[in-house]
Design a protein around this ligand. Structure first.
Ligand SMILES: Cc1ncc(COP(=O)(O)O)c(C=O)c1O
Length: 417
C-alpha cells in the first residue's frame, strides 16, 4: 500500500521543546502516534478544488451526498453533507468549536470528537499508559476503567479508598499514592463520581489542585467529567477541576486532559458523541490533537457523522439550556427524595451530593453480591453491588421521584433486616 506512507510533520520534537511533560508522559504507542499524509488529509487539502476525486465516498458528483430516501427520510432536519459524508478524523470542525465555546476555558486545545466518552478515555490510556506508566485512581471506580487501562493497556491500577475514615474525599490517600511515584503516571479524577455520587467541596477542590500542582514528576491528570453540571449541593465546588488544573499547569510536569460529552449532558446515551480536550492551545495543542486523531484513525477512523450533526444542531438551539435545566430539575427532585427516604428508613448512605448515584454502606457481616441478589429475589429490585467498598450503588437517575420512597423501603427491608 503506497497511499499514506509519507507522514505529516513529526510532532514529537515540538512537544519535547514546548511541552516536555507531555513528551515524557507518552507511552510507546503515544510516541509513535502520527497521522500519515493519508486519504482524509489529502482530501482536506483538496477541499476547494473544482474536481474532487480524492476520498472514496459515493457522492452526487457536486460534493453533495447521494442518499437513499429510505434512509435519508429519517434525517430530514440535519444538514445532508454533515450527516451523510464522513466527518473529519478529529470531528466536525463547527462542533468542536461550539463545544470549546461552551467550555469557555482559555489555553486549551480544540476538543477532538470521540465515539462517546469511553472512547475518549481509551485514547488517553493509549497515549499515556503502558505497563511502565501506571494510573492512580480512587476506589471504587467505574468498572470500565479496569477494562481500558488494565486489560487493554496493561497499566498498573494504583488505587486508594475514595472516602477516608471521616467519610470525606481521601486527599491523604491520593497524596500517598502520588508520593510513591518516581516517574510518569496518570491520575484519574472523576467528579461528580461514579459510583459514589460525590463531588468535592470548594476547600477539597482547592486542596486537590494544590497537591497536583506540587507533584514533582510528569503527571497526566485526566478529568472524567461524564456527569458535568449535575451538582445538587451549594457546598460543591460545582465545576470541573480541569480549568483550575490547566490554568496553573507547569509544562515541565503537568498535562491535563478532559473527557466529557453529550451522553449525560445532553441525555444522548446512544448518540456516542464525546470530546477530548488538552491543556494546551496553538501548535502544541494541535500536536496533542494530532496524536489523539492518529489513535482514532487507527481504530474507528471517524465518529458517527449524523450524531455529531445532531449535537451541533442542539448546541445551536436557543431552547437547549432551558431543556437541560428541566432535566436537571427532575434529577434534583429525585436526589432530594432519595436523601429524605434514606434518612427516614435509617439506611446508611455514604455522602452524595451530585451526579446520578448514591452508595449505601453495608455492614461487615453483609456481602454486597448476596444482598444484591436477595434484593432481586425478595424485593424485585435491581441495584449494583460494589464489593470493593462492601456497598450498593443506587442509580436514582433512573427512578421516578414518586417511586423513590418505595425503592428505599424495599432496599431497607433487606439491608436493615
Ligand atoms: C464515570 C464515567 N465515565 C465515562 C462513562 C462513559 O460514557 P459513554 O457512555 O459516553 O462512553 C461513564 C458511563 O457510564 C461513566 O460513568
Amino acid at each position: 500500500m503506497i497511499i499514506g506512507t509519507a507522514t505529516m510533520p513529526n510532532t514529537l520534537p515540538l512537544l519535547e521543546a514546548e511541552y516536555p511533560a507531555a513528551a515524557r508522559l507518552l507511552s510507546p504507542l503515544g510516541r509513535r502516534a502520527e497521522l500519515p499524509l493519508g486519504i482524509p488529509q489529502q482530501s482536506a487539502q483538496a477541499a476547494g478544488c473544482e474536481r474532487q476525486a480524492t476520498i472514496g465516498q459515493i457522492t452526487a458528483g457536486s460534493g453533495l451526498p447521494l442518499t437513499l430516501p429510505a434512509l435519508a427520510s429519517h434525517f430530514t432536519e440535519l444538514d445532508p453533507k454533515s450527516a451523510f459524508l464522513y466527518a473529519p478524523t478529529a470531528g466536525i470542525r463547527a462542533l468542536r468549536e461550539a463545544w470549546k465555546v461552551r467550555m469557555n476555558l482559555p489555553g486549551t486545545s480544540l476538543p477532538v470528537v470521540t465515539n462517546g466518552m469511553s472512547h475518549g478515555l481509551s485514547i488517553v490510556a493509549d497515549l499515556f499508559s503502558s505497563p511502565e506508566h501506571p494510573i492512580v485512581l480512587a476506589q471504587p471506580y467505574w468498572d470500565n476503567y479496569e477494562t481500558i487501562w488494565h486489560m487493554r493497556n496493561g497499566a498498573e491500577m494504583l488505587d486508594f479508598p475514595f472516602f477516608g475514615a471521616d467519610r470525606r474525599f481521601n486527599l491523604g490517600g491520593m497524596s500517598d499514592r502520588l508520593d510513591a511515584l518516581r516517574g510518569p503516571a496518570t491520575l484519574l479524577l472523576n467528579f461528580p463520581n461514579n459510583p459514589t455520587g460525590y463531588a468535592p467541596t470548594h476547600a477539597e477542590a482547592e486542596a486537590i489542585v494544590a497537591r497536583i500542582h506540587a507533584h514533582p514528576h510528569p503527571l497526566a491528570v485526566l478529568c472524567d467529567d461524564a456527569y458535568a453540571g449535575l451538582y445538587f449541593s451549594e457546598a460543591c465546588y460545582g465545576k470541573s477541576l480541569f480549568g483550575a488544573l490547566a490554568a496553573g499547569a507547569d509544562r515541565e510536569r503537568l498535562l491535563v486532559c478532559k473527557v466529557d460529552g453529550a451522553t449525560k449532558e445532553l441525555v444522548f446515551f446512544g448518540g456516542r458523541v464525546g470530546f477530548l480536550t488538552f491543556s494546551a492551545e496553538g501548535a502544541v495543542g494541535e500536536a496533542l490533537v494530532e496524536k489523539a486523531s492518529a489513535v482514532l484513525r487507527g481504530t474507528i477512523s471517524s465518529v458517527n457523522a449524523p450524531a455529531q450533526a445532531a449535537v451541533l444542531a442542539a448546541l445551536r438551539d436557543p431552547n437547549l439550556v432551558a431543556q437541560q435545566e428541566e432535566v436537571f430539575g427532575v434529577l434534583r427532585r429525585r436526589y432530594t427524595a432519595l436523601s429524605s427516604a434514606l434518612l427516614a428508613e435509617g439506611v446508611d448512605a455514604l455522602p452524595f451530593n451530585s451526579g446520578c448515584f448514591a452508595m449505601l454502606q453495608l455492614r461487615p457481616d453483609q456481602d454486597a453480591q448476596e444482598v444484591r441478589m436477595r434484593l432481586i429475589r425478595e424485593q424485585s429490585t435491581g441495584v449494583i453491588a460494589v464489593p470493593s467498598a462492601n456497598a450498593l450503588r443506587v442509580a436514582f437517575c433512573s427512578i421516578d421521584e414518586v417511586d423513590i420512597p418505595d425503592l428505599v423501603r424495599r432496599v431497607a427491608a433487606v439491608v436493615n433486616g
